[in-house]
Design a protein around this ligand. Structure first.
Ligand SMILES: *Cc1c(COP(=O)(O)O)cnc(C)c1O
Length: 235
C-alpha cells in the first residue's frame, strides 16, 4: 500500500457513501490532514491528486506551507486550518489559508476581521471561515455551544472582511457510530434552522464533519467536507 493507494481507497469509500445517501461524490471535499506526517508525505498526497491539505496547529501549517510548496512546484494547494487558532497567530496564518474551520469565539472572529483589514488591505477577497460547534457537549472539545451560534451570526455583518461559510464539528470520542451520527445530525439540523434566520451575508453551505473513523457516517448526515488523517498515512 502507498499513500496514493490509500487516497484512492478513501475516495472510493467517500463516493460509495455519497451515492448510497443519494448524493453526488463531487459534493464532498476531502481535506488530507497532514499533522502526523512530514512535508514529503504531504507532497506525495498532493502528487496523488489531493489538493486540499489541513493542519491542526498554526505553527505546523506555517512551516509545511513553504516546505510542501517547494516540493510540489506549482500545484495549487488549498490549506485548511482545522485546529484551534490563537489570536496572536492570526496575522501570520491568514495569508496562507483558504478556509479556517475552527472559529470558536467572537473575539477570534473580530481579530481575523481586524487583521484582514489592516494587513491584507490589497485583497478584496474575504476570509472564509467555519464556526466550530461542540455538538457532543464534551468538555475537552473546543467549539461554541450550539445556542450561541445564532447570536454570533447576528453579529456577522459587523465583520465585513470575514465570510462565514458553514459549520464544523468533531464527534464525541466515546459512544461509537450511533453517537457520532447524532452529533453530525445535530450540526446539520442547527445549520438548517440557522439558514432561516441568518443575516444575508452569511451562507451556511458547508458542513465540515467526519474523520478517519466516521467519515461515511458524516457523509450520510450531510457532510460537505471530511477531514481525514490516519486513513491516508497508514501503510
Ligand atoms: C487530526 C484531526 C483530524 C483527522 O483525524 P483522523 O482521525 O486522523 O482522520 C480531523 N480534524 C481535526 C480537527 C483534527 O485535529
Amino acid at each position: 500500500m502507498s499513500i496514493a493507494d490509500n487516497l484512492h481507497r478513501v475516495r472510493e469509500r467517500i463516493a460509495r457513501a455519497a451515492v448510497s445517501a443519494g448524493r453526488r461524490p463531487e459534493e464532498i471535499t476531502l481535506v488530507g490532514v497532514t499533522k502526523y506526517v512530514g512535508p514529503l508525505e504531504a507532497a506525495e498526497l498532493v502528487a496523488a491528486g489531493c489538493r486540499d491539505l489541513g493542519e491542526s496547529r498554526p505553527q505546523e501549517l506555517w512551516s509545511k506551507f513553504g516546505e510542501v510548496a517547494s516540493t510540489t512546484g506549482n500545484a495549487a494547494i488549498r490549506w485548511h486550518l482545522v485546529g484551534h487558532l490563537q489570536r496572536n497567530k492570526v496575522r501570520r496564518t491568514l495569508p496562507l489559508v483558504s478556509l479556517i474551520h475552527s472559529i470558536d469565539s467572537e473575539r477570534l472572529l473580530a481579530a481575523i476581521d481586524e487583521a484582514h483589514a489592516k494587513f491584507c488591505s490589497g485583497s478584496t477577497a474575504k476570509v472564509d471561515v467555519l464556526l466550530e460547534v461542540n455538538t457532543s457537549g464534551e468538555a475537552a472539545k473546543h467549539g461554541l455551544a450550539p445556542d450561541v451560534i445564532e447570536p454570533l451570526l447576528a453579529a456577522a455583518p459587523r465583520f465585513s472582511h470575514v465570510a462565514i461559510r458553514g459549520l464544523m464539528t468533531m464527534a464525541a470520542f466515546e459512544g461509537g457510530e450511533a453517537v457520532a451520527a447524532r452529533n453530525f445530525a445535530t450540526l446539520r439540523e442547527l445549520r438548517d434552522r440557522l439558514r432561516t434566520v441568518a443575516p444575508e451575508c452569511v451562507q451556511l453551505d458547508e458542513l465540515s464533519m467526519g474523520m478517519s473513523g466516521d467519515y461515511e457516517t458524516a457523509i450520510r448526515e450531510g457532510a460537505t467536507i471530511v477531514r481525514i488523517g490516519t486513513a491516508l498515512w497508514t501503510i
